[in-house]
Write a protein that binds this ligand. Structure first.
Ligand code: PMT
Length: 409
């Protein structure tokens, strides 16, 4: 925990001087702390003081930093495990809520994907203003953690809520967020995840094929999430143009029968198997060696059934393995998906509806229903990688449940 990176944004408030105590306390606890000051904050506190207590450079402008190739707002956003704005004035809260990025601090806020927090400090009337309260609520809805200001006599001589929380309370608040983060972190160390992604192509001749609109994004996002969580990941990738996620072993396929071979060969090594690929149920009865020439006004092509790969995996899965299928539906989502869950002997099935905006093929988001034998859960719109984490977490819980059950009997 102590080697965590904490980024502290300091805005222009009389309470900015308390940032020194905060940064010093965090550094003494062993955290690696970096500070971004706004120009207004630099009128209250010097960068030198904060550099001295953080033992790091302090950033004010977009082009600060010792490394000239570094783009500070991106590099700092990537570096941070937690980003707290303390003190956060009304202005920065409003900009963060609106996505305005007109200086280093707000650009860095917009570029950050780590947990975000703020310790507001301002005049009581500014704090109670409906605009500030609305902005705070917006940020909370997006997952920001807010440590409430304290009440008392304010620097402006008004009395009320608006005084920055004491630095030691902010330190406790930060440590609570970090330990919650640690508890919730998905760890798949020692697990092997086999995931399929993308469409299949069933050749008619060397020029034409039967396929679908899958881009591979959903399966690739699951593979990326699994690799980030420390799993060994085998990705059966269809004919798509996506780069291989870091730390993932990719095995390319074209047709459903190619994919079947890969899945059968690798399934015994896997703890978790996820079929996110959009597999053609049928292929052409014959594939011509040469391009088929046109003749006559119509043409009849015969299709034959492809193997049902997921159902095959459902028949051979071991008790300790968790099998997850997907279902792409255009009507009666819950009913059709539940029938697939049972027929294919899956532990988990992820149903998405092609007709729902933000769900299914090609986009970066999905909206799904997660079906288990004992019930189902509708999930809100989320990125395909966030969904990957939810699926993997669910599979991990299911596997733990099976192991606990087995050890009781
Ligand atoms: O790739 P993206 O553009 O990101 O889009 C993601 C997605 C929409 C492709 C993905 O979210 C998804 O829904 N994948 C499954 C699509 C599908 O084939 O659904 P299905 O209802 O036809 O099949 C049910 C399950 O059986 C699937 O897990 C499928 O992989 C599997 N199947 C289907 C047919 C077959 N012959 N063999 C199979 O294993």
């Amino acid at each position: 925990m102590k080697n965590k990176h904490i980024l502290v944004g300091v805005t222009g408030s009389i309470a900015a001087f308390k940032a020194c105590t905060l940064v010093s306390a965090l550094t003494k606890k062993g955290y690696d702390v970096r500070v971004i000051l706004t120009h207004h904050a630099a009128a209250f506190i010097t960068p030198l003081s904060l550099a001295a207590v953080s033992h790091n450079d302090v950033y004010i402008d977009e082009f600060d930093g010792t490394n000239e190739a570094m783009i500070p707002h991106i590099a700092l956003a990537k570096w941070a495990d937690l980003f707290i704005v303390a003190p956060a004035d009304a202005n920065v809260l409003a900009k963060a809520a609106c996505g305005i990025a007109d200086d280093l601090l707000t650009s860095c806020i917009l570029a950050s994907t780590c947990p975000m927090a703020a310790a507001p400090a301002m005049n009581v009337h500014m704090y109670e203003n409906i605009a500030t309260q609305t902005n705070l609520n917006t940020l909370k809805e997006r997952g920001w953690k807010i440590i409430e200001p304290e009440s008392g006599l304010l620097a402006c001589a008004d009395t009320g809520k608006g005084r920055l929380a004491e630095p030691e309370h902010i330190v406790d608040f930060i440590e609570k967020i970090l330990s919650e983060q640690e508890e919730n972190a998905l760890s798949l160390a020692g697990k092997t995840v086999l995931v399929s992604a993308g469409p299949t192509q069933e050749a008619l001749d060397p020029v034409r094929f039967l396929s679908n609109h899958s881009s591979g994004k959903q399966g690739f996002a699951i593979a990326a999430a699994a690799a980030k969580a420390g799993a060994k990941v085998l990705l059966a990738a269809g004919p798509v143009s996506l780069p291989t996620p870091e730390g993932v072993e990719r095995i390319d396929y074209v047709s459903a029968r190619d994919l079947e071979k890969i899945m059968i060969e690798n399934a015994p090594k896997a703890d978790f198997i996820i079929m996110a690929a959009a597999v053609a149920d049928y292929r052409f009865e014959t594939t011509a060696d040469q391009k088929i020439k046109k003749s006559g006004d119509s043409m009849t092509l015969t299709l034959v059934r492809n193997p049902d790969i997921l159902a095959g995996l459902g028949k051979t899965k071991r008790d300790d393995q968790i099998l997850c299928g997907f279902a792409m539906e255009t009507e009666n989502l819950d009913e059709n998906a539940r029938a697939k869950l049972i027929a294919k002997n899956c532990d988990l099935l992820i149903a998405n509806n092609l007709r729902t905006e933000g769900a299914g093929f090609q986009g970066d988001t999905n909206i799904v229903t997660l079906l288990k034998p004992e019930g189902s859960e509708h999930l809100p719109l989320m990125s395909k990688e966030d969904l990957g984490r939810v699926i993997l977490n669910t599979m991990l819980e299911m596997q733990k449940g099976k192991t606990d059950h087995a050890s009781v009997h």
